[in-house]
Design a protein around this ligand. Structure first.
Ligand SMILES: Nc1nc2c(c(=O)[nH]1)N[C@H]1C(S)=C(S)[C@@H](COP(=O)(O)OP(=O)(O)OC[C@H]3O[C@@H](n4cnc5c(=O)[nH]c(N)nc54)[C@H](O)[C@@H]3O)O[C@H]1N2
Ligand SMILES: Nc1nc2c(c(=O)[nH]1)N[C@H]1C(S)=C(S)[C@@H](COP(=O)(O)OP(=O)(O)OC[C@H]3O[C@@H](n4cnc5c(=O)[nH]c(N)nc54)[C@H](O)[C@@H]3O)O[C@H]1N2
Ligand code: SF4
Ligand SMILES: [Mo]
Length: 738
């Protein structure tokens, strides 16, 4: 027997734990947390230990599938690409560039190969119909960041390890392990805050595990976080607690903010939010009085009708209490590959609009809530063909069933995905990437979101049997560019990289200004595929070696040499240096946000619905795609509707029996779970379930299918500032079945 160990960063969630794999005869026997990992220090959750099972899952596709006479059959890579070339080409020729739509999903953020290869692919399509999971997720935060600091990814994360007060809204890191704040072992880090005398406060309509372990849990009426947060801002001004400290001189618009929230007092929002004015004032004083405090909001506040307003309000509070860019407050990470300088710009959404509903573009994408409209509605610019990459929008975006029917009517669809699932079953060609263990890993995206600066690279554990995800995406790019299916992806990628290098040598002040592109390209030769570009990004980045100009800087080689990761220290102050707004200041009072306060006030005047739906996650799920792993789905049914005992009694619902839930968008049946842990007037159904669709290949998941909650979410309501879908606070009615 041959035995070895391998190190691998877990690609499943944002915690990015370092794992140690024990391998015997080329099979994974055990996966443990890597105690020597500089970032995760041995932490692991039940999902991380299943990477071996995902790798050996017999349902995971090993070769491309093509649809013949309504059935998916295996085919060769060259046949698959030839089919795509033929049929995609035909659609684009007949109907134009916009007839092609693209949807890119969440796992792309966990995969540096697609992070590198997607941009050129999207650009090559020349379509305006680009959609992603970001508009059912964090887009409100990115929009707020872009207005405030000049970049969507200029994201201040809670300095978890040094803070002494954290207000958490709409997040449940005990189950999710956190988001937009990468930190293995959120639970342990929250407990440490309390152990050092600090305080954790959670605002959530459910008494989650995070809420139960906190010092204080405040319930809130779903969808009203923006009002609560703005009332806290109001209270800061009202009680003379505003103290931005060092940042005052770099901040524009403090007086405008004061004026905008003047009428949003704690007393005014009390009835609407169902949070007592006295609690709002007390919380505000606690935040202002903490020597290191922070406010952190996540999916419950973002995927909501006032998501951007809420995301903005969190950082307004952080700034006005002196906690922005301060140790123990919220801080900006320092990725090695971040640009050495940022061009100032004034951020704008709506540079173009969606065809059917006239919704604003943001960051080059349209809201995924309107993807279905763009497929269903005829006329010039109608989407006739779709590429999905690592996404399952039938289960993850509003009105998923309707989207599924629309996908069935497309002329052509390609999915890059390892599973034949609820979305990819509509694809004419499915291209499966290698498993997570058959590829290398580098945290390109999450380096901008970490609570502690570091860098890690893990090589592939097993050799891949098919093309890499990078090669798949580059080949697709070649096809979309009209170069045919046979172009060698490494030639294409090298040519693009050489161009990028050549461009950088002409930029004044660039570390490689005036150097010979071919010579620099040769310095990357020790790498293949996506690693070449990665090494280029690292060396060109703020922490990089500038191709030898800054010998103390990093190269990919130097990072690879440290299998447990490179510890780059706690987060450091970055302002004003990294600001990229046109004014060079923090733009605290962006006009679109100030204007949105009026929409909030109008909503506050309306009678709230009697019953609203919110989502939830649990530790052993990961969005829509880990339910095919037996150990993660066995046990008690998790896809249930939580409801408060008072509501259950009023509606005649019994624990364990089925209820019919109806919204404007749709209806479904789901088992009832009666619990005191949810506020009256609120029901909760987890998302990512609904594996009962025909013609999928999910033998485990289909035995425990659950229901697709996104039958109920309503694509007609979005947060207009960001285009983000509203997934929380959906009005519903509930009746017993039968
Ligand atoms: N109602 C409701 N809806 C929600 C949410 C909610 O809270 N409530 N949350 C939203 C959020 S936060 C998110 S991020 C989205 C997620 O939305 P999506 O990104 O659409 O969904 P995922 O479940 O992440 O789908 C991942 C897909 O990628 C495939 N996949 C996995 N690994 C790889 C890989 O390495 N390469 C490729 N090519 N494919 C891979 C899987 O098989 C699966 O088909 O859902 C959103 N939808
Ligand atoms: N185990 C597991 N981990 C995951 C994922 C997963 O599916 N499973 N998904 C990953 C992804 S893609 C993401 S984006 C993150 C998300 O991570 P989190 O943001 O922590 O997401 P959730 O666990 O869904 O927690 C959202 C909470 O918001 C509450 N909520 C709903 N509506 C409102 C509201 O109006 N106001 C307030 N204050 N609270 C509200 C819900 O009750 C819920 O407890 O998790 C990531 N990690
Ligand atoms: S917490 Fe996230 S990153 Fe860590 S092992 Fe679990 S799924 Fe993987
Ligand atoms: Mo997400």
């Amino acid at each position: 027997m041959t035995e070895r160990t391998a190190h691998r960063t877990c690609p499943l969630c944002e915690a990015t734990c370092g794992l140690v794999l024990s391998i015997a005869d080329e099979e994974v026997t055990v996966i443990r947390g890597d105690r020597d990992d500089t970032f995760s220090r041995g932490f692991i959750c039940p999902k991380g230990s299943t990477l071996g099972r995902l790798h050996t899952d017999p349902d995971r596709l090993r070769s491309p599938l093509v649809r013949r006479d309504g059935r998916h059959v295996e085919t060769t890579w060259s046949e698959a690409f030839a089919e795509i070339d033929r049929r995609l080409g035909a659609v684009r020729e007949a109907h134009g560039d916009d007839a092609l739509g693209v949807y890119v999903g969440n796992p792309n953020a966990h995969n540096f190969e697609s992070a590198i290869a997607l941009k050129p692919l999207l650009r090559a399509t020349r379509t305006r119909n680009i959609f992603s999971a970001s508009t059912v997720d964090q887009r409100p935060k990115e929009v707020a960041n872009a207005y405030l600091y000049g970049g969507g990814l200029l994201n201040a994360v809670p300095d978890l390890d040094r803070t002494r007060f954290i207000l958490i809204l709409g997040a449940n890191p005990y189950e999710s392990n956190g988001s937009l704040a990468s930190a293995p072992d959120w639970p342990g880090r929250l407990e440490a805050i309390r152990a050092r005398g600090g305080k954790v406060v959670v605002v959530d309509p459910r008494r989650t595990r995070t809420a139960a372990e906190a010092d204080e849990h405040l319930s809130i009426r779903p969808g009203t976080d923006a009002a609560l947060l703005l009332a806290m801002v109001n209270c800061l001004f009202d009680e003379n607690l505003v103290a931005p400290g060092r940042l005052a001189e770099f901040t524009a618009g403090i007086d405008e903010v004061a004026a905008a929230v003047e009428s949003i007092s704690p007393e005014r929002v009390e009835a609407w939010t169902r949070v007592a004015a006295s609690d709002i004032r007390r919380l505000t004083r606690q935040l202002a009085g903490a020597d290191r405090g922070c406010v952190y909001g996540r999916i419950g506040t973002h995927a909501a009708a006032f998501g951007t307003l809420a995301a903005w309000a969190c950082d307004v509070l952080n700034l006005l209490t002196g906690n922005l860019d301060r140790a123990g407050g919220v801080m900006f990470p320092s990725p090695i590959h971040e640009p050495r300088s940022r061009a100032a710009r004034s951020f704008q959404v709506g540079r173009w609009k969606s065809r059917v509903r006239g919704l604003d573009e943001a960051f080059g994408e349209l809201p995924v809530a309107t993807l279905v409209d763009e497929i269903e509605t005829g006329g010039a610019g109608q989407i006739q063909a779709l590429i999905t990459v690592a996404g399952n929008p039938v289960l993850t975006t509003p009105e998923g069933d309707r989207l599924g029917r629309a996908l069935a009517g497309l002329e052509f669809m390609v999915s890059v995905d390892p599973y034949l699932n609820e979305t990819t079953r509509h694809a004419d060609v499915i291209l499966p990437p290698p498993s997570a263990l058959e590829r290398s890993h580098y945290d390109l995206a999450f380096a901008s979101l970490v609570v502690h600066n570091h860098a890690r690279y893990s090589p592939a554990v097993f050799p891949a049997t098919g093309p890499s995800e990078f090669e798949i995406l580059v080949t697709l790019t070649g096809i979309v560019m009209g170069m045919g299916p046979e172009t060698d992806p490494s030639d294409l990628a090298d040519a693009a990289l050489l161009q990028q290098i050549a461009a950088a040598t002409t930029v004044p002040g660039s570390p490689i200004e005036g150097r010979e592109p071919q010579e620099l390209m040769a310095m990357l030769d020790r790498w293949e595929g996506a690693e070449k570009t990665l090494d280029f990004m690292i060396r060109m980045g703020a922490g990089g070696d500038g191709f030898g100009r800054d010998p103390d800087g990093w190269t990919l080689d130097a990072i690879v040499a440290q299998p447990h990761g490179v510890d780059r220290g706690p987060l450091v102050e970055r302002l004003p240096g990294i600001l990229a707004t046109a004014s060079g200041k923090i733009e605290l009072a962006p006009p679109p946000l100030l204007a949105d306060v009026a929409r909030l006030e109008a909503a506050m005047g309306e009678a709230p619905p009697a019953l609203v739906l919110v989502g939830r996650r649990d530790l052993r799920s990961n969005n829509s795609w880990l339910h095919n792993v037996e150990v993660l789905v066995k046990g008690k049914e998790r896809c249930t509707m939580q409801i408060h005992p008072d509501d259950a009694e009023r509606l005649g619902l019994v624990d364990g029996e089925a209820a019919t839930v109806t919204s404007r968008a749709g209806t479904l049946e789901v088992p009832v779970s009666v619990t005191e842990d949810i506020a009256p007037g609120v029901v909760s159904i987890p998302y990512g379930w609904g594996h009962d669709q025909p013609e999928t290949r999910l033998s485990v998941a289909s035995r425990r299918p659950g229901v697709n909650v996104n039958r109920l979410t309503d694509g007609s309501i979005i947060d207009p500032l960001s285009g983000n879908a509203v997934l929380n606070g959906i009005p519903v009615s509930v009746t017993p079945v039968g």
